[in-house]
Design a protein around this ligand. Structure first.
Ligand SMILES: [Zn+2]
Length: 153
């Protein structure tokens, strides 16, 4: 039997995609390009276009204003108080004080995953489906990102 999260995911997906696309656009407008060393990290974890990546350091990771969307994101373990980074297309949010090569390489591997999918619209349904079925920790895209974490380029 599908869980509550699995049941409501299809209903929320269009709003989730819209929100993530808007966040991605915001980071691309206001974030910083990767440093030369971070671009090498991005290259090392398979990012095809490291120059397109932008990173925005924030005090807290933005959550959707849409209450339903926000509750689901938190319930799915996607955005908890312990979250320190998140990737939306070519845009990466990192919490202030947590910018490490390890985290940047992890988030850049998610950029690679978006590139492979072709778009936010194509990536997000697969990623969220993984999370609602096996959980955030065991989602294959998260396992893959953890396996690509590195301290040196
Ligand atoms: Zn991750």
């Amino acid at each position: 039997m599908p869980t509550e999260l699995e049941r409501i995911l299809p209903l929320l997906l269009p709003r989730a995609i819209e929100w993530v696309e808007a966040q991605s656009a915001l980071i691309l407008e206001t974030g910083e390009p990767l440093t030369a060393y971070q671009r090498r990290l991005a290259d090392a974890v398979g990012v095809a276009h490291p120059d397109q990546v932008r990173m925005k350091v924030v005090d807290t990771l933005p959550l959707p204003e849409d209450v339903e969307l926000r509750n689901v994101a938190v319930a799915a373990g996607l955005m908890g108080p312990g979250s320190i980074g998140v990737t939306y297309g070519y845009g990466i949010y990192v919490r202030d004080g947590y910018v490490t090569n390890r985290l940047v390489s992890h988030e850049c591997r998610h950029v690679h995953q978006y590139e492979q999918a072709g778009s936010i619209e194509a990536f997000l349904p697969v990623y969220l489906q993984q999370i609602v079925t096996v959980g955030y920790h065991d989602a294959p895209f998260e396992i893959d990102a953890r396996r690509h974490e590195r301290d040196i380029a």
